[in-house]
Unconditional design. Structure first.
Length: 136
């Protein structure tokens, strides 16, 4: 079982499975939603994540649905229409984050030029949707 929570603790989550994939995302949307120069997300099967709902706020844009803590604003989940059947959790909200090493860089073409992550991971110019969909 994996657990996590927002910054203030008003929203917590649990899942009974390991993530299907873990990825860095360099797109501007993920940078803005996390406030970080690069985001890292773990993909889980839809329906495998339980979230407390008393303090959850939602934001939707075409093809994207995000959930946040309504108290502290922490990003909690994301769903992308182009990757159905998966829910994405920011690695930073998970209690076991140190065990969730990313396997790919998504939107590497949008990476900030001063951010240097030295690894041998594949760097997808776009969403990496084929890599993420292919995950078990």
């Amino acid at each position: 079982m994996m657990t996590g929570r927002c910054y203030c603790g008003a929203v917590s989550l649990t899942t009974t499975v390991r993530p299907q994939s873990v990825a860095y995302c360099h797109c501007i949307d993920c940078r803005r939603v996390t406030g970080a120069p690069v985001a890292a997300f773990a993909a889980f099967p839809e329906g495998s994540v339980s979230l407390t709902t008393d303090h959850v706020a939602r934001f939707s844009a075409p093809g994207i649905e995000r959930q946040f803590c309504a108290v502290c604003g922490s990003a909690m989940t994301a769903r992308f229409g182009y990757i159905p059947g998966q829910i994405y959790l920011p690695v930073g909200v998970l209690d076991d984050a140190e065990s969730l090493e990313p396997a790919v860089h998504a939107h590497a073409d949008a990476a900030l030029p001063w951010l240097c992550i030295h690894d041998d991971l594949p760097r997808e110019r776009g969403s990496a949707r084929e890599t993420l969909k292919a995950a078990p």
